[in-house]
Design a protein around this ligand. Structure first.
Ligand code: AMP
Length: 210
């Protein structure tokens, strides 16, 4: 199954996509993770993407389209894949349609206030990739999995989060209609206090794999 996870930043796409990846044995392809890796490795593409990411703006379409097109050629994508954070513009969706056959676009929906709270408290581990929320860390500042000091992503700072949400509304939300018109859209409405397991159960049900 070739799946797109749509939805605003902080809706939980990455976490839910990882659970689905484990269950179905298909790769999660996160353009955000790939861009951050390129930044960390100091590649030319990573360095040019950095200023967009740090400002909460979208990296130019040509760059991300190229990354995804290459990635989908890999052997591990033959049995299906989960696109997490791509496409984010209609231009990206149109390009994707030229080189991939999508089965379903899953819209992970969550209210803005919850997103702002969630991203404000998000802490990540740059060593093992773990993601946590301050509300569950009980004041702890190191990674519960590997002991590394946790950090806040630069683009999770309050002003940047506001910008990311308005970029989402202007450039990515139109994809909901786009995939609706193609008959590929399904929506999972996440409730503010639902656990990851509860939200994942909804994903399974909506995809018909429960
Ligand atoms: P994410 O981890 O998915 O929230 O992505 C973090 C940042 O990476 C975004 O705010 C964008 O700057 C950039 N990014 C990730 N995916 C895309 C995409 N499909 N198109 C453009 N920029 C992207």
């Amino acid at each position: 199954m070739n799946i797109i996870f749509l939805g605003p930043p902080g809706a939980g796409k990455g976490t839910l996509a990882q659970l689905l990846m484990k269950e179905k044995g298909i790769p999660q392809i996160s353009t955000g993770d790939m861009l951050r890796q390129a930044m960390k490795a100091g590649t030319e593409m990573g360095l040019s993407a950095k200023r967009y990411i740090d400002a909460g703006e979208l990296v130019p379409d040509e760059v991300v389209i190229g990354i995804v097109k290459d990635r989908l050629q890999a052997e591990d994508c033959k049995g299906g894949y989960i696109l997490d954070g791509f496409p984010r513009t209609v231009k990206q969706a149109e390009a994707l349609g030229q080189f991939a056959r999508i089965d379903v676009a899953l819209n992970i929906a969550l209210d803005d206030e919850v997103i702002i709270r969630r991203l404000g408290g998000r802490r990540v581990c740059l060593k093992c990739g773990g993601t946590y929320h301050t509300s569950t860390l009980n004041g702890r500042e190191d990674c519960p999995a590997c002991g590394e000091k946790l950090v806040q992503r630069k683009d999770d700072a309050p002003e940047t989060v506001k910008n990311r949400l308005s970029v989402y509304a202007a450039q990515t939300a139109p994809l909901i209609d786009y995939y609706q018109n193609l008959g590929l859209l399904k929506t999972v409405q996440c409730e503010p206090h639902a656990t990851v397991d509860e939200n994942y159960a909804k994903v399974q049900k909506t995809l018909g794999i429960a």
